[in-house]
Write a protein that binds this ligand. Sequence first.
Ligand code: SF4
Length: 577
Amino acid sequence: MNRILRVNMTDQVVTEEPVAAVYAGLAGRGLTSKIVGEEVPPLCHPLGLENKLVIAPGLLSGTAAACSGRLSIGAKSPLTGGIKESNAGGTASQKIARLGIAAIIIEGRPPKGTLWKLVIDKKKAELAPAKGLKNKNNYKLVEKLTEEHGEKVSYITIGSAGERLMSAASIAVTDLENRPTRHAGRGGLGAVMGSKGLKALVIDDKGAPAVPIKDKEAFTKAIRKFAKALKEHPVTGEGLPTYGTNVLTNLVNEAGGLPTNNFSSGQFVDVSKVSGEAQREIILKRGGIATHACHRGCVIRCSRVYMDKNKKYLTKGPEYETIWANGPNCGISDLDVIARLDRLYDDIGVDSIEMGVTLGVLMESGYIEFGDSAGAIKLIREEVAKATPLGRILGAGTAVTGQAFGVERVPVVKRQAMPAYDPRAVKGIGVTYATTPMGADHTAGYSVTANVLGVGGNVDPLKPEGQVELSRNLQVATAAIDTAGLCLFVAFAVLDIPAAFEAIYEMINAQYGLSLGPDDIAGLGKAVLKEEIAFNKKAGFTAADDRLPRFFETEKLPPHNVVFDVPHSELDSVLNF
Ligand code: SF4
């Protein structure tokens, strides 16, 4: 990956440049955050001329390394006001890497009302008017693009929410079946793409050479070692392939950390109706796919395909986070309702976590009741999708909705909705929510591993002791994994099987002719975090932003009746390196 594409939306000119020295050796999140740190004024408006949207495959993307197809997308976030990296699976990352592109930087702003698509192949990269695509949602949009560009390319798109600059807007990436099901969901990056007037990227790697590997023999050995470890670990080899990410619902509920009815309880009475086991049964009964890969080369295959009652394709997954946010968190226990919401979110192009938590807050206000399935679907289909004034409030996310409706229990950090683990009963994840530069984000440092799953050791989830160190180590490791372009789920094996961790730097070394060791991987993760923290400081963030909402410290969570009690002084020490 030796070139950067710079897409100037103001003049609709695409230029190519070599990777500058300051960006050398970086990829994925490491590169998107470095470019945002270097080129975006921290005080700029996220939807203004000065923000840039950066798209980058990981270090290992495009190779045969297992689960190496994550695509990082970065910018200043319209949701948090800080730096953002959100990554997605799907097929685009591997194609961009094979085209030798380290990053695509989208900058400037086109004349008002104009809409564009960016077509990239082996020979060219050019902008063309996005004729007939205005306000198309993702499924129809991809259908329309496919008529012109075919099925063998990858599409990176925004739905109507991105065009309408909603802060919960996501960016979709097509999967192996050419469906827009993989989303860089968090932080409203779809709105940044919309603000640039860019509706879609078409990535065609036909005729592109294989990604160069310096030491092929060593690389083959390392990828085999890595895949073997992933297959051996009980979570990556059995739990995720069998039940998908929804394997977590029962486990987190048993731990008393499944946020229910807008974070007012840690257990859901109807949990068996939305569990991974129930989901698998429905999928198999209706002829769906219970074990599925979001891109070639994934050996974990946590994804699935969900059919409706008529055995027709409805949506992917849905994933654990989506099921929780729109299920237990809203008092809803019907998987078909959750799947319909998931389909709507993917289509409109909004983050399913942000929207589910937003619905929970709205239910708390009394606007609709907890458990009102029809009301939830109507709000998304009739208000958000149509961008009515209420839809725009909801599409702006949980913090805005909480403010608009006068709700006190608003589970956000840095204005981003909290994911599927209550920080009072899973305190390690609370430390991550509070301190990651990304806003509340479980993927930034997944302490659920040692807190609930017994992976990478055991740290009592109900006590404050040991949580800071746990979260810090995981945040550092995750920043490195995101830079490598690896799916975060490899972390389960990496934490327990030494060979899996060794294989990561052995694969990178063999591909690039380097001699990195374990300390270098940790050093890389720390450097990425430092860049992100520096950006946020310049954007005006202080230690006061590294806190959970007050109610987590004062309101006891049943059934354990605990509060979040990791001292503020300890939170301030998490990323103080
Ligand atoms: S484990 Fe799941 S999310 Fe990760 S690459 Fe495989 S299918 Fe995609």
